[in-house]
Design a binder for this molecule. Structure first.
Ligand code: FES
Ligand code: FE2
Length: 420
């Protein structure tokens, strides 16, 4: 599929129709590498993107990541300060660090040995003026250090804002922060613990947006997740749009009965009246969340290519006591249960990707009852595709909510970005 057949400003109109009449994003949004590149700048760079779990970084270490082809370097100083830089040497532009490692406080380029502090300052330029001449009168190291990227840590996840222009994280993701605090309490984030075993890492052969769209709806539960649908049935799931950058589904009946009476510790501030709530939002663009009374899983999506996405999940429990030996089995069963659910989603996502090669598909339709969040996400993406300069960063109209479970139909609201 070629971009010449697709002009975003014209072909996205149907996405903004009321949900009953709307179509989804056209096929090239999932298959065209030029649009994948456009998303890097117009969807990812201008928002807060989840880039890594904080626990990927030991003290005094560096951790390189390529995000949609952009080389990025995470550093943690011996004073526990995490910073994010463009992973490129200021001299001739070599990718500076190629593997995670502990450092002695300095990062030396493996080409001509220019050296940086863990804070990104350029501290040494050996032989810059000739053999044995390491400084030059007209060459200032200051201002030639590593280029820092705006970053923020929340819920053990490092987020970056590549263009530096997004609203502050606390403002851009206020609904996510508020809702998480309502569920696990303000102390909850501090109580989160995980281990090397509580992880799932997989690559799915589909565009990253299909993973998001699949996660945003429970419609497929009976067919794709029959076991999950037994203890968390579709009829008890509700769509919810939490705010401009967050939507998902939630249930009041999550109870897999894994623990055989050996109850894992709950988050201390969790409301005992809401023990079986499970919430499954996506923090746009690329963080999946699953929040339950005694554990949280978080999934970072890394778009590898237009049709390939890595998903990295970690499961967090509450306090060290969750890792007592007596809970080994219930944690192992929980990991295997969620891992099966994530795996069950792979085939439908990959088959949707295959379907995006069909000239017989032009964005499809939405269920006005059960695809509300997918429609919201399509509008969010389509708004970013259109001229970025026309896209308000934090439009208050694109907001709220169905706190008590009633479905908010975005199609009945004004066009949040003024593009209809
Ligand atoms: S490219 Fe890094 S020192 Fe030359
Ligand atoms: Fe699923």
């Amino acid at each position: 599929m070629l971009t010449r057949n697709f002009r975003p400003s014209e072909s996205l109109d149907s996405v903004f129709l009321p949900i009953e009449k709307a179509s989804g994003l056209p096929n090239p949004c999932y298959t065209d590498t030029a649009l994948f590149d456009l998303e890097r700048s117009q969807v990812m760079a201008c928002n807060w993107v989840a880039i890594a779990f904080e626990n990927a970084l030991q003290d005094n270490s560096v951790h390189p990541i390529d995000f949609m082809g952009i080389p990025i370097l995470l550093t943690r100083s011996r004073h526990d300060q995490v910073r994010v830089f463009h992973n490129v040497c200021s001299h001739r532009g070599m990718r500076l660090v190629s593997e995670s490692r502990k450092i002695s406080g300095l990062i030396t380029c493996q080409y001509h040995a220019w050296t940086y502090s863990v804070s990104g300052d350029l501290v040494s330029t050996p032989n810059i003026g000739g053999i044995g001449i390491n400084t030059l009168p007209d060459f200032e190291c200051s201002g030639k250090g590593l280029k820092e990227i705006r970053s923020h840590i929340w819920m053990g996840v490092i987020f970056i804002n590549l263009d530096g222009q997004a609203p502050a994280f606390e403002q851009a993701q206020r609904p996510a922060i508020q809702r998480t605090n309502e569920l696990i309490g303000k102390s909850g984030e501090r109580e989160m613990r995980t281990s090397r075993e509580d992880r799932v890492d997989m690559v799915v052969n589909c565009n990253w947006k299909l993973v998001v769209e699949n996660y945003l709806e429970a419609y497929h539960l009976p067919v794709i997740h029959p076991a999950l649908n037994c203890y968390s049935p579709l009829k008890e799931h509700h769509c919810r749009i939490y705010g401009q950058n967050m939507a998902g589904q939630w249930t009041t009946t999550f109870d897999p009965k894994l623990d055989d009476g050996n109850h894992l510790p709950m988050f201390p501030d969790w409301d005992p009246e809401m023990l079986m709530i499970g919430e499954y939002p996506v923090i746009y663009p690329n963080l999946l969340m699953g929040i339950q009374a005694n554990h949280i899983f978080l999934g970072i999506l890394y778009p590898l290519d237009v049709d390939r996405t890595r998903e990295e999940f970690q499961i967090f429990y509450c306090r060290d006591e969750s890792f007592d030996k007596s809970y080994d089995k219930v944690r192992a069963d929980n990991l295997s249960t969620w891992s099966n659910v994530f795996q069950e989603d792979v085939e439908p996502c990959e088959r949707m990707q295959a379907g995006r090669q069909s000239p017989g598909y032009t964005g499809g339709s939405f269920s006005p009852a059960l695809d509300v969040c997918a429609h919201h996400f399509h509008q969010w993406i389509a708004s970013h595709y259109r001229a970025k300069s026309d896209t308000p960063g934090n439009d208050p109209k694109f907001h709220q909510d169905s706190v008590n479970g009633s479905v908010r139909d975005t199609a009945k609201t004004p066009d949040p970005y003024g593009f209809r």
